[in-house]
Design a protein. Structure first.
Length: 163
């Protein structure tokens, strides 16, 4: 079995005169990321690899999430192809993963994550919200065999967390 954990970056700020790639998180994005990480911790899911888009908002989300989990940030792999909005490049990264990895956590963007969740999972999503996290399990041995038929096990939306 392969487990794919997708986390969309937290709410970003449009107040800065920077490129899309350099937009940072706003305070709400930071708080939502911490809330989702605390809920995720309760599931005790072992993650074999962490991949992240190089965009600032994804980087910050990843760093905050991993820090909340007390997990070392030196495990994070940044991949240019994850700065993708269509899902095509993200799918390519996933299908090229080393088969020794069973459970992978990826920080990235919409609409790519919503598209992939709808293409591969067994639930339909209108939108994966900012700081939203979902887990899809696939009954496969190789990442290259990923396709329709995954089981969407968990969907965490920050606005539904009561802390």
């Amino acid at each position: 079995m392969k487990r794919l954990v997708l986390m969309r970056h937290g709410k970003s700020s449009w107040e800065h005169a920077v490129s899309d790639r350099d937009r940072p998180l706003m305070t709400k994005g930071i708080a939502d990321t911490e809330k989702v990480a605390r809920v995720f911790m309760d599931y005790n899911i072992k993650i074999d690899a962490v991949l992240c888009s190089p965009a600032e908002r994804a980087f910050q989300t990843c760093t905050i999430f991993m820090s909340t989990l007390h997990s070392p940030s030196d495990r994070i792999i940044y991949d240019e192809r994850l700065y993708d909005f269509s899902g095509n490049q993200v799918a390519k990264v996933i299908t090229e993963l080393n088969d020794s990895l069973s459970s992978v956590l990826i920080f990235g963007h919409n609409p790519a994550f919503t598209i992939l969740a709808n293409n591969w999972g067994d639930r339909e999503f209108d939108n994966i919200p900012t700081a939203g996290l979902l887990i899809i399990n696939f009954p496969i041995l190789s990442w290259k065999d990923i396709s329709i038929g995954g089981n969407t096990e968990i969907f965490i939306k920050p606005n539904e967390i009561k802390i």
